[in-house]
Write a protein that binds this ligand. Sequence first.
Ligand code: 0PR
Length: 387
Amino acid sequence: MNEKPKSHDDIFNQLDKFQAMDCKYSDGRILGSMCTEAHPIAKEAFFKFIDSNLGDPGLFKGTKLIENKALKMIGSFLSIENPVGHIVTGGTEANIMAIRSARNIARGSKGIKNGEIIVSKSAHFSFKKAADMLNLKLIHIALDENYSINTDLVKENINDNTVAIVGIAGTTELGMIDSIENLSKIATQNDIHLHVDAAFGGFSIPFLKEKDYDLPNFDFSIEGVKSITIDPHKMGLSPIPSGCILFRNQSFLDAMSVDSPYLTIKNQSTIVGTRLGASAAATYAVMSYLGREGYRKHAEIALEKTHFLAENIKKLGYDLIVEPKLNIIVFNHPNLETGELARLLEDRNWKISCSSYPKAIRIILMNHIKKEHLIEFINDLDEISRS
Ligand code: 0PR
C-alpha cells in the first residue's frame, strides 16, 4: 500500500485504465452472459442507498420497508400474496438458503442426518456448493428427450434421506423449464421440500405467459413449491448483486435463523450478515418504473431477438440443439467441433460461452444485444460456414 495519499485524479486515471480492459455490454459483443447493464433508474437508486445495511434493519427501517415491498411485488407475479424472504446477493446465495432451510426442517421433523438433494444434470453449480457446505449428497438426475428433468427417475431416486427436490425454470445452459407440476406431485406425496430455481426465468416466464406464450407454470400456485430463487440482476434489469429468495411462509426462514443478540433484530436467516440495502432499493425502483407492462415488453423483445437469430442460424445450415423456450440459443456447426467453432468466433471478438451438456455454442439474448449486433454475428457465422 502507498505510504502517502494519492490524488483523486491519479486514482481515477488508474481506474479508467483498468476499466478500459473490461468488456462493455454496450459493445454488443458479450453474447454469453446472463447479466446485462442495469436500468438507469436502478443504478440511481443503488447509489442512493449505497451505505445502508440490511443486516441491521433496526437502523435502516426505511430500507427494510423497501425490501418488504420488493418481495411483495415479486410475489405478485409468482402467485403469492405474502411471501417471506430476502433480497440477497444472487442465485447462489438464494439456492443455498433454500437448501439450508429444507435440510434443517427435514432434520427436525424426520430426523434426517445424512441428507440428499435431487437435482437435474442441468442444475447450476451453486447446488454443488450448497451440498458441500451443508454436508448433503447431491443426486444428479438425467434429462428427458426435451432436456428437462426426467421425473420418473426423480421418483426412483427418492429415499428416506431426501431433504429437497430442485426444479429449474430456465436452465442455465439451455433455458429449458422442468415440469414443476410433476415434481410437485412427487414432493407432496413424499412430504419433501420442492425448490424452484427460477434465477434466470423468473423475470420472463410470468410476463411471457401474460402475452400468451405457451410456457408451463412454475410458481407458488403449485402446491408443492416451497421456495423460489429469482434473480433481479439477470432478467430483472437490477444491478449485480441483486438476487431474491422467496419462501411460502415464515417457518422456512425460522428453520435457519440464528440469534443475533447485539443487533437491532434478534435473529438472522441470511447467509450474509452485513448486506446491501442498495440492491433492494434498486430492485424496487426498477420494478416500479417498468411495471408489469415494461417487463412484458422486455421479455418479449428478448424472445423476438432469439427467434430472429434462431431462424437465421438454421438458414445458414447450423444445428440448433433444441428449439428455444426462453432467450437462450444453443447450436453447433454441422462439421466443426464446438471448440473449433468457439475459437473462430472468439477470433472475431465475440464473447460467447459453451454449454457443457450437450456441448455447443451458447448465446443468451440479453437486453444489451441489439438487432445490429445480431446481423453482424449472423454475417460472421455465414463467412465461417462458407470458409
Ligand atoms: N441458478 C441458475 C439457473 C443460474 O443460471 C445461475 C447463474 C445461478 C443459479 C447462480 O446465480 P449467481 O451467479 O447470481 O449466484 N447463471 C449464470 C451462468 O452460470 C451466471 C453468469 C452470469 C455467468 C453472467 C457468467 C456471466 O457472464 O451462466
